[in-house]
Design a protein around this ligand. Structure first.
Ligand code: G4P
Length: 513
C-alpha cells in the first residue's frame, strides 16, 4: 500500500452479537482486504477470527486480543482496529479506542442500545471522537426507526442524523432510501446492489410510500441540523440503516464513512497539541501482547503513529526513560500473518518487537523534543480477586510473572494494608482467565483465585481514609502508583460511605490522567 495515501483509523464498538464481525468482514471484502468471507470468524466452520492468536481464544472460539486490519477504499487507507468481541471484554478494548480517530457503533435494530455499547461509547465520548452509527439486522422485525433514533439521543445524549431510511423491516423490508440523493437501494434475496431513483421505484405499495414520505418530512422538520463540525466533535452521530449479513447498505455506509471519518488529528502531549504534520516522528504504545504466535515466543508492542513518519531501523528515544533504541523489527498485522513494515504514517499501527522495553502508554520519539502523550486513562476495574501461587516454592516465578503481566496491562494490581496477598483488578472476567492461563503456560505457576464481592473502585482524591472508615464491604487498597483506592461492594455501599464522609472526595478513575 502506498505510504502517501490518506489514513482513516477506526474501531467498531458494539455489544456482542450485534454484528460487528459480520460488518467488518463485509467492509474488508469491499476493499479487497480479505480473500474469502468467513476468514474473520467462522465459529461453526472451524475457522477462527483473524485475531485468534492465543490458544485460549481458539479453545473458546472468542477473540481476546486486538488485531489490526487494513484496506484500501476510495484512495484512502483504512485501518480497522479489532476489539475483543466477547462479553467478558477487557481493558484492551478500552485501550484500543485511544488509538483510533473514529468509532463505528453497531446497534442491533431488535435490541437497541445494550450494556456494552454504552460502556464503550463512554470511552469514545471521553475522547470526543466522531461516532458513526450502523443500525444492523434490518432484515429482522426490529424496533421502529424513529424509536431507535430517540433511544440513541436519550441514552447517549448525542444528536442523531439519519443518512438513509428503511422502507419496511423484517419480511416487509423493501429497501433503504438515501436521504441526500433521493435514491432507493432495493432489498433483494440475491443481495445484488440495485439502486434506483425514488421516483422510478414501482414496487412500493401506497401505504409504504405514505409512511416513508411522512417520516422523511418529519425528520426534515423536527430533525437535527447536520454539520460536519458536530460529527467531528462527537456531538452528532450520522446514522445508517442496513443488514451486514445480507450485505445490504454496507457499501453505501463505507462510501460515506470515508467522507465523514476523521483524518489523524493533532494529539495532546506534554501540554501541547502535536499535529500529524510535525516533521518529527512520534507515537505511543497502546497495547502489549505476548506470545501472539506460539512459534515466535515474543512480545509485541502496538504503536500508534501520531506524527512524522516511521521508518524501519530508525533510532528512537523512549520518553519515559530516555533510552535510545533502533527499531529494526516492525510489523503490520493481518490475522496472524505479519508483514515487515518499512514505513508508516500518522494513523498507522505498527507492531514493534519488544524485549521488555515498553510499557502501555509509553511515548516514542525520533528526533525533536522529548514529549509524552497523555497517559492512558485509568480504566476503573469492576472485578477483583485475591491471588496466591498454589505452590509457595514458586514465589520467584510468581512475582516475575505478576510484574510482567501487570506491566503489559493484562490486569491491574493492588495491595492492601490488611493482608499480604495481591489483589488483582480487571474490567472483565476474561482478563482473569488470560492472566491465569499465561501464568501457567509462560511462568509455570498455578494460581489460586478468591473472587471478591467488590464491584466498584473509587480513587481517593481528597481527605484521608482511616481504619474506622473501612471494613470488609469497603476496603482500602493502593494501586501501582501508590494512590489510595476504595473498593465498594455496590452503589449502595458507595452512597452510604459518601453520606457519612462528606470530606472525602472520590473519583471513578476515568478523570485521573
Ligand atoms: P459480533 O461480532 O458483534 O458478536 O456479531 P457477529 O457479526 O458475530 O453476528 C452475530 C450473529 O448475528 C451471527 O449469527 C450473525 O450471522 C448475525 N448477524 C449479523 N448481521 C446480521 C444481519 O444483518 N441480519 C441478521 N438476521 N443476522 C445478522 P450467529 O448465528 O450467532 O453466528 P454465525 O454462526 O452465523 O457466525
Amino acid at each position: 500500500m502506498s505510504t502517501e495515501t490518506p489514513r482513516r483509523t477506526f474501531a467498531i464498538i458494539s455489544h456482542p452479537d450485534a454484528g460487528k464481525t459480520t460488518l467488518t468482514e463485509k467492509v474488508l471484502l469491499l476493499g479487497g482486504g480479505i480473500r474469502s468471507a468467513g476468514t474473520v470468524k467462522g465459529k461453526k466452520s472451524g475457522k477462527f477470527a483473524t485475531s485468534d492468536w492465543m490458544d485460549i481464544e481458539k479453545q473458546r472460539g472468542i477473540s481476546v486480543t486486538s488485531s489490526v486490519m487494513q484496506l484500501l477504499y476510495d484512495n484512502k487507507q483504512i485501518n480497522i482496529l479489532d476489539t475483543p468481541g466477547h462479553q467478558d471484554f477487557s481493558e484492551d478494548t478500552y485501550r484500543t479506542l485511544t488509538a483510533v480517530d473514529t468509532a463505528v457503533m453497531v446497534i442491533d435494530s431488535v435490541k437497541g442500545i445494550e450494556a456494552q455499547t454504552l460502556k464503550l461509547f463512554k470511552v469514545c465520548r471521553m475522547r470526543g471522537i466522531p461516532i458513526l452509527t450502523f443500525i444492523n439486522k434490518l432484515d429482522r422485525e426490529g424496533k421502529e426507526p424513529l424509536d431507535l433514533l430517540a433511544e440513541i439521543e436519550e441514552v447517549l445524549e448525542m444528536e442523531t442524523f439519519p443518512m438513509n431510511w428503511p422502507i419496511g423491516t423484517g419480511k416487509r423490508l423493501k429497501g433503504i432510501y438515501s436521504i441526500p440523493d433521493e435514491t432507493v437501494e432495493m432489498y433483494n434475496e440475491d443481495h445484488d446492489r440495485i439502486i434506483k431513483p425514488y421516483k422510478d421505484v414501482t414496487t412500493l405499495e401506497d401505504y409504504e410510500r405514505e409512511n416513508l414520505e411522512g417520516e422523511i418530512s418529519l425528520l426534515e422538520e423536527a430533525g437535527n441540523e447536520f454539520t460536519i463540525e458536530k460529527v467531528r466533535n462527537g456531538s452528532l452521530t450520522p446514522v445508517f440503516f442496513g443488514s451486514a449479513l445480507s450485505n445490504f447498505g454496507v457499501q453505501s455506509f463505507l462510501d460515506q464513512f470515508v467522507k465523514l471519518a476523521a483524518e489523524p488529528q493533532a494529539r495532546k502531549a506534554s501540554g501541547d497539541f502535536i499535529p500529524p504534520s510535525s516533521p518529527h516522528f512520534s507515537g505511543f504504545v497502546f497495547k502489549i501482547q505476548a506470545n501472539m504466535n506460539p512459534n515466535h515466543r515474543d512480545r509485541i508492542a502496538f504503536l500508534r503513529v501520531c506524527s512524522g513518519s516511521f521508518e524501519r531501523g530508525m533510532e528512537v528515544t523512549l520518553s519515559r526513560s530516555g533510552k535510545k533504541m533502533k527499531l529494526n523489527q516492525s510489523h503490520s498485522f493481518f490475522a496472524s500473518d505479519r508483514e515487515t513494515v518499512e514505513k508508516a504514517l500518522p494513523g498507522d499501527i505498527v507492531g514493534l518487537y519488544d524485549s521488555g522495553n515498553f510499557e502501555v502508554g509509553d511515548t516514542i520519539v525520533g528526533g525533536g523534543p522529548k514529549i509524552q502523550y497523555e497517559e492512558m486513562p485509568q480504566f476503573p476495574p469492576e472485578k477483583f480477586a485475591k491471588v496466591t501461587a498454589k505452590n509457595a516454592m514458586k514465589h520467584k516465578q510468581y512475582h516475575k510473572g505478576m510484574e510482567q503481566l501487570v506491566q503489559e496491562g493484562t490486569i491491574q494490581l493492588y495491595k492492601t494494608p490488611y493482608f499480604e496477598d495481591y489483589i488483582i483488578g480487571a474490567v472483565g472476567e476474561l482478563q482473569f482467565q488470560v492472566f491465569e492461563y499465561r501464568m501457567k503456560h509462560e511462568y509455570k505457576v498455578d494460581i489460586d483465585f478468591i473472587h471478591m464481592t467488590h464491584e466498584l473502585a473509587r480513587w481517593v482524591t481528597k481527605g484521608k481514609i482511616t481504619d474506622q472508615m473501612t471494613d470488609s464491604r469497603k476496603m482500602l487498597v493502593h494501586d501501582q502508583q501508590g494512590r489510595s483506592v476504595l473498593l465498594f461492594e455496590n452503589e449502595f455501599a458507595l452512597r452510604w460511605f459518601q453520606d457519612k464522609n462528606p470530606d472525602i472526595s472520590l473519583s471513578t478513575g476515568w478523570e485521573i490522567l
